[in-house]
Design a protein around this ligand. Structure first.
Ligand code: PHE
Length: 353
């Protein structure tokens, strides 16, 4: 039996040399130190030995068992070392590598253009006045001198969101332009001192909505920037001076502008302002459709009816107003051909600005 113990020990130690990973190490342990291993069977059979042999065999069996246990622990440690070494090799961190670049957000091209416009008018003394996007027919049209059924309404197909007999002639709609803000603003200013309403110098930016057939030139949502100046002795000269100066600051000092007669129910007289085509310098090209001029805004002297709807006495006060489309301005400036790009959220477009 002593010889058998020697063989058991040698076999076990020999096969331990082949063990290279944790899994086979566990298998080795079961095979050589587990319940049904040859070594344990020796312990089981001990009872059948003659009394005088038992202590000798018992001692040797215990030595062999301890030897195997020590060998097991050593191999286990060695394997752990090896695994750690491999991990350190494969997951080595190269601190000299350049870091991963964080992607930067940026302002939308419409926002950038709006902010340039705010900046220019701020320098001229105009404050930003925010007004609601959901309006009543009264503010969007009636108080601006568009009576129900007025043909000028046809130019602004509208999104009505509440109609029906309960609201009669005053349905709720998404504003088709920023002009209703003129009335809100004038009334708010006039309320400060109804007998002597203070002068108004504001721009009113924001989203407008029209029930348009969407094409590369028409969107159903777009920004406008309205401007309103009301005070005593304001003339058409102030309008022309302010807007020509705006055009020079926005498009370049040398740019020429011109005013053409037009019509809006809420201004009288009304005009449209063109700037000299900055693509061809006025010679005529694709962008200006060979005319040499680009239309950039509508404007006029505030209609007396609109002044009094806002709480300003038209015999004492006068004013001018204008409205422009920042997306349109950005399209001209950067030669963007499709207005739908603004709200399509395609990063390939947006990242260019
Ligand atoms: N509200 C007009 C439009 O949407 C633009 C405009 C504003 C014209 C102010 C004159 C004065 O077309």
């Amino acid at each position: 039996m002593l010889e058998q113990l020697e063989t058991i020990s040698q076999d076990a130690l020999a096969s331990l040399k082949d063990v290279q990973d944790e899994e086979s190490l566990q298998r080795w342990r079961v095979a050589h130190l587990g319940r049904s291993s040859p070594l344990m069977q020796v312990f089981d059979r001990m009872g059948s030995l003659p009394k005088e042999e038992r202590p000798v065999v018992g001692r040797r069996a215990n030595e062999v068992k301890q030897g195997l246990e020590v060998a097991y622990t050593q191999q286990s440690e060695a394997l752990k070392e090896l695994a750690l070494g491999r991990l350190l090799q494969t997951e080595r961190l190269d601190v000299t590598l350049p870091g991963r670049a964080l992607s930067h957000g940026r302002l939308h091209i419409a926002t950038q253009t709006l902010r340039q416009i705010y900046q220019i008018f701020a320098e001229m003394g105009f404050q930003v006045f925010r007004s609601r996007e959901v309006e009543t027919d009264e503010f969007n049209f009636q108080l601006l001198n568009f009576p129900p059924n007025h043909p000028a309404r046809e130019m602004q197909d509208s999104f009505y969101i509440q109609t029906g007999s309960d609201r009669g002639d005053d349905p709720v709609l998404l504003r088709t332009h920023t002009s209703p803000g003129q009335i809100h603003a004038m009334r708010q200013y006039a309320a400060m001192d109804p007998d002597n309403p203070p002068p108004v110098r504001i721009i009113l930016p924001g989203m407008c909505f029209r029930y348009e057939q969407v094409t590369h030139r028409h969107e159903m949502q777009f920004n406008q920037v309205e401007g309103l100046a009301v005070g005593e002795h304001i003339t058409m000269g102030d309008l022309k001076g302010t807007l020509s100066d705006f055009a020079r600051r926005m498009f370049g000092q040398g740019v020429r502008s011109r005013f053409r007669a037009s019509h809006f129910p809420f201004t009288e007289p009304s005009a449209e302002m063109d700037i000299e085509c900055f693509v061809c310098g006025g010679v005529g090209c694709q962008v200006c459709k060979k005319s040499g001029w680009l239309e950039i805004l509508g404007c006029g002297m505030v209609h007396p009816v609109v002044l009094s709807n806002g709480g300003y006495d038209p015999l004492r006060y006068s004013g001018f107003a204008f409205g422009m489309g920042p997306e349109r301005i950005a399209m001209l400036r950067y030669r963007i051909e499709d207005i739908r790009s603004f709200w399509a959220n395609d990063l390939r477009f947006l990242e260019q600005f």
